[in-house]
Design a protein around this ligand. Structure first.
Ligand code: CUA
Length: 370
C-alpha cells in the first residue's frame, strides 16, 4: 500500500512540477515553430502514458492487495488483451516519430532564395565563410590548411578568391532572410546549436552536413557546441547576431575576402608583428591554450597572458627567470622541465610547428604591451 501511495505522489508531483516549473524553452527566434510543436506532442504523449500506466499500477496494487482467503488467478495468454496493447503501443510510437520525420524532411530542404553560410568547427572555435559576388564557395582540401589558411581553401580555385572569411566566432545574419548552413569540421565531431533558433546539426569530420532556418527576431544569440569534443568543449561558443539588412551589409564589408588574406603582408616595420600576433591568437584558440590561459588578467589553470611577457617568474626550485621570447619558446616546447611556482605541472606538450610557435610568442608578447 505504501508503494501505491508513493507512486500516486510521484505522478501528481511530476504533473505539478511540469505545469509550474519556471524552466521552459527560450522564446523562439526562427521559423521553426514546428520543432516546438513536435516537442509538445512528445511531452503530451509520454505524459499521458506516464500518468495512465502509473495510475493503473496504483489501482492494481490497491484492488488486488492481499486479503485472507483470496487466491490469485494465473492467465498466461490473452490474445484480445495483447492485440490491444500492441495496437495502442504502435499508434503511440508512430505518433512520437512521425511528426519529427516530417519536420526533419523540411529542415534539410532549404528554399531556393536561401543564402549560404559555411560553419567550420574546430577544436575549439567557430569560423564562418560566405560566398562573395560570384555566389560560389571555393573548393577546400585539408592539405592547404595552415595557420594563415585555416579554411584550407584551394588558392588555385578562382571560385574561392572572393569568399568572405569570418575568422572570429561571431556571425551576423540579416533579419528575415532564409539561411542555408553548411557544416564542416576541421578535426572531430562537433555540433552547431543555437537554442533560440531550435536549430542544430552534428558536424561530422569528412562530410558536409546542412540545415536551414530563417531568423525572425533581431538580437544576439549564443551558439554552442553540442557534442563533447575535448577539454575545450565548454569554451567552444560563438554568437549569431541577427540585424537589419543595412547593418548586415555594413558588417559584411568589414570581413576580408580570401584574396585579401592571400595578398602579401607589409614588411616588418611594426605592421607585420601585429599580423603575426593576430595569427597567434588563432593558434592559441586552435591548440586549446585558451582553455587554461586568459588574456584579461584573470587566473586560469595556467598564468594569465596579460602582462606575462617581461615579468620575472619564480620557479618551483626557488630560482627566478625573466619571461622573454626564449623562455616562452623553451617552456612551450618542454612545459614540465621548469615548473612555475603556484601552478600545477599539467600543461601538455603542444604539437606546434615553428611558424605557429612564432605566432604564439608574438601573441603572448602583444598582451604585455597593453
Ligand atoms: Cu566542439 Cu564540443
Amino acid at each position: 500500500m505504501l508503494i501505491a501511495f508513493a507512486l500516486l505522489v510521484i505522478v501528481i508531483g511530476s504533473v505539478l512540477f511540469h505545469l509550474f516549473a519556471p524552466w521552459w524553452i527560450t522564446p523562439l527566434a526562427s521559423n521553426w515553430k514546428a520543432m516546438d510543436d513536435t516537442l509538445t506532442i512528445t511531452i503530451v504523449i509520454t505524459g499521458v502514458f506516464f500518468v495512465v500506466l502509473n495510475l493503473f499500477v496504483v489501482y492494481a496494487l490497491w484492488r488486488f492487495r492481499h486479503r485472507a482467503g483470496q487466491r490469485a488467478a494465473y492467465q498466461p495468454e490473452n490474445r484480445r488483451l495483447e492485440r490491444w496493447l500492441i495496437g495502442v503501443t504502435t499508434v503511440g510510437i508512430a505518433a512520437l516519430l512521425a511528426p519529427g520525420l516530417v519536420v526533419y524532411a523540411d529542415y534539410v530542404q532549404p528554399p531556393a532564395n536561401a543564402m549560404t553560410v559555411e560553419v567550420l568547427g574546430q577544436q575549439w572555435q567557430w569560423r564562418f565563410r560566405m560566398p562573395g559576388a560570384s555566389g560560389k564557395l571555393g573548393g577546400v582540401d585539408p592539405r592547404f590548411f595552415s595557420a594563415a589558411n585555416p579554411f584550407a581553401l584551394d588558392p588555385a580555385d578562382p571560385a574561392g578568391q572572393d569568399n568572405i572569411l569570418v575568422a572570429t566566432n561571431e556571425l551576423h545574419l540579416p533579419l528575415g532572410q532564409p539561411v542555408k548552413m553548411l557544416l564542416r569540421s576541421h578535426d572531430v565531431l562537433h555540433d552547431f546549436f543555437v537554442p533560440q533558433f531550435r536549430a542544430r546539426m552534428n558536424i561530422v569530420p569528412g562530410q558536409v552536413s546542412s540545415f536551414w532556418f530563417t531568423p525572425t527576431k533581431a538580437g544576439r544569440y549564443e551558439a554552442m557546441c553540442a557534442q563533447l569534443c575535448g577539454v575545450g568543449h565548454p569554451a567552444m561558443r560563438g554568437y549569431v547576431v541577427v540585424e537589419s539588412q543595412a547593418d548586415y551589409q555594413a558588417w559584411l564589408k568589414q570581413q576580408p575576402s580570401f584574396a585579401a588574406l592571400l595578398a602579401p603582408r607589409p614588411p616588418a616595420n611594426g605592421a607585420a608583428p601585429n599580423a603575426l600576433a593576430v595569427r597567434g591568437q588563432a593558434v592559441a584558440q586552435t591548440k586549446g591554450c585558451v582553455a587554461c590561459h586568459t588574456t584579461d588578467g584573470n587566473p586560469g589553470v595556467g598564468p594569465t597572458w596579460k602582462g606575462l611577457f617581461g615579468k620575472t617568474e619564480t620557479l618551483k626550485d626557488g630560482s627566478t627567470a625573466l619571461v622573454d621570447e626564449a623562455f616562452i619558446r623553451a617552456f612551450i616546447r618542454n612545459p614540465t622541465a621548469r615548473g612555475i611556482k603556484g601552478f600545477a605541472p599539467v600543461m601538455p606538450k603542444l604539437d606546434v610547428n615553428d611558424d605557429e610557435l612564432d605566432a604564439l610568442v608574438a601573441h603572448i608578447k602583444a598582451q604585455a604591451a597593453r
